[in-house]
Design a protein around this ligand. Structure first.
Ligand SMILES: Cc1cc2nc3c(=O)[nH]c(=O)nc-3n(C[C@H](O)[C@H](O)[C@H](O)COP(=O)(O)OP(=O)(O)OC[C@H]3O[C@@H](n4cnc5c(N)ncnc54)[C@H](O)[C@@H]3O)c2cc1C
Length: 92
């Protein structure tokens, strides 16, 4: 049997809490991807800058959709009620 191990550590960048954006005007531009499939909806948008914020959102949310440029041509990056985890600011 293979010897499998998972090493983990505390996420870096704490303890700043993530900011949940629920303003419909801010959410609107994230509700469809390049496929323009109608009906996209999201519980909130978070634009984390640290591992700590990413971990906090995943821990607190029933469903998360990480997004970059939402370039999917088949609706794969269209939200269906998840918390959107916009990764654009995780660039350092
Ligand atoms: C050939 C192909 C066929 C596919 N077919 C299907 C399909 O049939 N059905 C389906 O559901 N999905 C398909 N996918 C997957 C789908 O395209 C992706 O899941 C979706 O587009 C991902 O969207 P995203 O918003 O997560 O990321 P993306 O739209 O990929 O956005 C990522 C962004 O991050 C930027 N970036 C990358 N690295 C860095 C960095 N180090 N620092 C800063 N920015 C960075 C990129 O420039 C880009 O702007 C396919 C993908 C490919 C390539």
């Amino acid at each position: 049997m293979p010897d499998c191990r998972i090493a983990s550590r505390q996420p870096r960048g704490g303890p700043a809490e993530p900011r949940y954006i629920t303003d419909p005007d801010r959410l609107r531009s994230f509700l469809e991807d390049a496929a323009h499939v109608p009906g996209g909806h999201a519980a909130a948008l978070v634009m984390p800058t640290t591992e700590f914020e990413v971990a906090a959102v995943i821990e607190a949310s029933a469903a998360v959709l990480p997004i970059g440029a939402q370039s999917s041509l088949t609706g794969g990056a269209t939200p269906r009620g998840e918390v959107l985890l916009g990764m654009a600011r995780c660039n350092r």
